[in-house]
Design a protein around this ligand. Structure first.
Ligand SMILES: [Zn+2]
Length: 158
C-alpha cells in the first residue's frame, strides 16, 4: 500500500534524525509533514498508518501533522503558474497548454519536528525543581535554621 511505504520512508528518516542526538533519545510531540496534492497520498490514511507504526516505538505518541500543498503547474506558453484540474485535463486555463512542468504538488518532506531533548532521569528532576520553586514554602525555611541551632545549644547547656 502506498501510505505504508510512505510511513516506512518517514520512519527511516526519523531514525536517521534520532542518530544525530545519540545517545539522547528525543521525545517527539509532532512531526510536520508537507504532502503535495499530486503525490496521491490520502492524509487521513497516512496519519492512521503512522499511528499504528509508531505505537510501540520510540516515536509512540508522536503526532503526524500534514500540511497539504496544492498542485501548481507552469504554463510553457506564457510562463504563468496555474492550478491544474483533472476536469480540464490539467491544461493551462490561460493558453490551453498541456501540463508539462509541475512547480509544486509532488512534495513529501518533513518540514519540522517538535521535540524535547532530555535524558530519562532529567524530566522528573526539573519537574520537582520547578514544583519547589513555584511553591510558597522557600520563604519559610529561612527562620528554621535558627531554631534548631538554638534548641541544640539549649540541649548542650542543659
Ligand atoms: Zn499560459
Amino acid at each position: 500500500m502506498h501510505e505504508v511505504d510512505m510511513t516506512k520512508c518517514l520512519l527511516l528518516s526519523m531514525n536517521q534524525w534520532k542518530q544525530q542526538h545519540a545517545p539522547v533519545i528525543p521525545t517527539v510531540q509532532r512531526v510536520h509533514l508537507q504532502v503535495g496534492a499530486f503525490t496521491c497520498v490520502e492524509p487521513d490514511q497516512l496519519v492512521f498508518t503512522w499511528g499504528v507504526a509508531v505505537q510501540d516505538s520510540w516515536l509512540a505518541g508522536a503526532q503526524l501533522v500534514i500540511e497539504s500543498l496544492p498542485l501548481v503547474g507552469r504554463c510553457l506558453q506564457c510562463n504563468g503558474t496555474y492550478a491544474p484540474s483533472s476536469a480540464a485535463a490539467y491544461r493551462s486555463p490561460c493558453c490551453d497548454q498541456p501540463l508539462e512542468e509541475i512547480v509544486s504538488g509532488r512534495e513529501l518532506r518533513i518540514r519540522s519536528v517538535d521535540y524535547t531533548l532530555a535524558t530519562t532521569t532529567a524530566p522528573p528532576a526539573t519537574l520537582s525543581a520547578q514544583a519547589h520553586a513555584s511553591a510558597p514554602d522557600p520563604a519559610q525555611p529561612l527562620p528554621y535554621p535558627a531554631s534548631p541551632t538554638t534548641s541544640l545549644a539549649a540541649a548542650h547547656a542543659a
